[in-house]
Design a protein around this ligand. Structure first.
Ligand code: ARG
Length: 565
């Protein structure tokens, strides 16, 4: 990893000059403009106060030290004390040749469990579910790539008060024919109907509560209905997951923790983290936390979302050697997780718990709402994206077989949808826009896929003309265009690391876009196959490495790179 390796080099130089205490941070940054070299450090400015020296003097001393390192072609002190560093072409060539590859799995580091997607049973998956699903999936791929043992857990919302209501609604209003055609849509319809009817007739709520209690007491009829709701829902979700290439390792759902909940309530009370308040079991928080009390068990004995959450953590803690637990949900659950993490800490559970929130997806007109009927189903979105991609393939590559067109359209359409989400800052709210989501121009997956396909096509042509790449490094960095591309490529591994540390796949998207743009500049201005043999081979190998980097990077976003487009 080039800049991690660079960081070490700079830190070691700092340590030699000023002692280890100062070597924690090299303040290294990529430069935006090559006038300032490839990387810049403002260590001197940051450490001046602590060292009691002038920044320029610190910078000068550090620059002299760095100049002895053969990986640098040039070291300069600039402005009030910046150090600009330029790498040698040999070093860049070696790093590009080395490329990017996954680290072997390190089970001793413990398991990273990622909890994502997690839809609520009996509701169709709509675009709102896209974010957790694709962000979680990408984080999973990134951590696996970095050698972590990862367990992908789809924590289904398959337990809770909605099931009492569904059971009542099912018995009263189910339209058998509709249910046969599209079971989850029908379940949603009767669920919405229940809410409307219950406003007029509050006795329905009472009935639903009774059915819920019977379900929780494992009444066979209600259990059978519940199982059916889960089964038909999963059948439908699986179709979406399969198309999106999303796989889970476990899918326990909230119901799995039902029997563990009484133990949690007991532990909370024994450790005096929770107490009885007005008949309920409640956790109160320190004033400085500014969190409202968290109800663990209601007066009527019912457990809540927080209860199953805690039971779930207890279960995972007991069954896995944990590295960390990551939860990918929208930002509205921030308070919930703050409460839960606080409680887990007070119970003395020593676990690295991380909430990875994301912004909401809405429409220009406001929020999606089932009631308003403006919800876009995930399946519709995917179909539309693939159809648009199919039309483009048809236009650009009519000679391909129908089968190949289908495969490409699927990869491109789904790639566009995923990338439209993953390339954004995770925390920003997203306004759903068909054209933006399905755009194939600019910073989009199709642009990256196209760049990859272009490289593959160049490679095929080279092979046809008898130009064969030797196994060793033949990359010569002969001009600024090649240099800029090489530098962008060498930054990918460290970008992946940063994306993992900050749970931000968009950093990878940005780096890939930068690489693709630089590659296209290279491709459009520098001939490859027409050159003499050594230049042709060098450019071909640089191209092939770029293709591999794009493919690997897209893979981390869950997007397939195709051979032609
Ligand atoms: N089912 C929940 C929802 O749709 C998300 C669950 C997230 N995971 C968790 N462990 N709380 O909002």
């Amino acid at each position: 990893m080039i800049d991690t390796a660079l960081e070490k080099r700079v830190e070691e130089a700092i340590s030699r000059l000023f002692g280890r205490d100062y070597a924690q941070d090299s303040f290294l940054q990529k430069t935006a403009n090559s006038r300032f070299g490839d990387y810049q450090s403002n260590f001197a400015l940051n450490a001046a106060g602590r060292l009691g020296k002038k920044p320029r003097d610190i910078a000068a001393a550090l620059a002299d030290e760095l100049k002895r390192d053969p990986v640098f072609e040039r070291i300069e002190v600039a402005g009030p004390g910046f150090i600009n560093m330029t790498l040698t072409r040999e070093f860049l060539s070696g790093a590009v040749y080395q490329g990017i590859s996954p680290r072997e799995e390190q089970p001793d580091e413990g398991v990273v469990i990622i909890d994502y997607s997690s839809p609520n049973i009996a509701k169709p998956m709509h675009v709102g579910h896209l974010r957790s699903t694709v962000i979680g999936d990408s984080i999973k791929r990134i951590y696996r790539f970095l050698g972590y043992k990862v367990i992908a857990d789809n924590h289904l919302g398959d337990w809770g008060t909605q099931f009492g209501k569904l059971i009542v609604a099912y018995r009263r209003w189910l339209d058998e024919k509709e249910y046969g055609l599209s079971p989850v849509d029908e379940l949603e319809r009767i669920y919405v109907k229940f809410a409307r009817e219950a406003e007029k007739d509050p006795a329905l709520e009472e009935e639903a509560r009774r059915e819920l209690v019977r379900l929780q007491e494992h009444d066979p009829e209600n259990i059978a209905l519940w199982e059916e709701f889960v089964r038909v829902s999963l059948q439908e979700y699986d179709k979406v997951y399969q198309r999106l290439g999303i796989e889970f390792d476990i899918m326990y759902g909230e119901s799995h923790y039902h029997d563990l909940m009484p133990d949690i309530v007991r532990e909370l009370q024994e450790k005096e983290v929770a107490r009885i308040s007005e008949g309920a079991v409640v956790v109160f928080f320190d004033e400085k936390e500014s969190l409202h009390p968290c109800i663990i068990r209601k007066k009527d004995g019912a457990f809540l979302y927080a209860t199953s959450e805690l039971a779930c953590i207890a279960f995972r803690k007991e069954h896995y050697h944990l590295h960390s637990l990551l939860y990918v949900t929208d930002a509205r659950q921030e308070t919930h997780f703050k409460q839960i993490f606080n409680i887990a800490g007070r119970l003395g559970w020593n676990i690295d718990l991380v909430h990875i929130p994301f912004g909401l997806m809405g429409l220009k007109e406001g929020h999606f709402s089932t009631r308003k009927g403006n919800v876009i189903k995930l399946k519709e979105l995917i179909d539309e994206a693939v159809a648009r991609a199919r039309a483009v393939v048809e236009e650009k590559n009519p000679e391909l077989s129908e089968e190949e067109k289908d495969i490409i359209a699927e990869a491109v359409g789904i790639g566009a949808v995923k990338y439209a989400d993953l390339s954004q800052n995770r925390l920003s709210n997203v306004t759903f826009d068909w054209d933006k989501m399905l755009s194939f121009e600019g910073n989009t997956a199709p642009y990256l896929q196209y760049t990859h396909a272009r490289i593959r096509s160049l490679y095929r042509k080279a092979t046809e003309t008898g130009l064969e790449l030797p196994p060793e490094n033949v990359i010569l960095i002969e001009n600024e265009t090649e240099r800029a591309l090489a530098l962008a490529l060498t930054q990918l591994p460290a970008t992946v690391r940063r994306a993992a540390d900050s749970y931000r796949p968009n950093l990878i998207a940005d780096q890939l876009f930068d690489i693709a743009q630089k590659y296209n500049t290279f491709y459009n201005s520098l001939p490859v196959l027409k050159e003499d043999r050594s230049t042709a081979l060098s450019r071909l190998q640089l191209s092939v490495r770029t293709g591999e980097a794009l493919k690997a990077g897209l893979g981390l976003l869950g997007i397939t790179a195709v051979e032609r487009m």
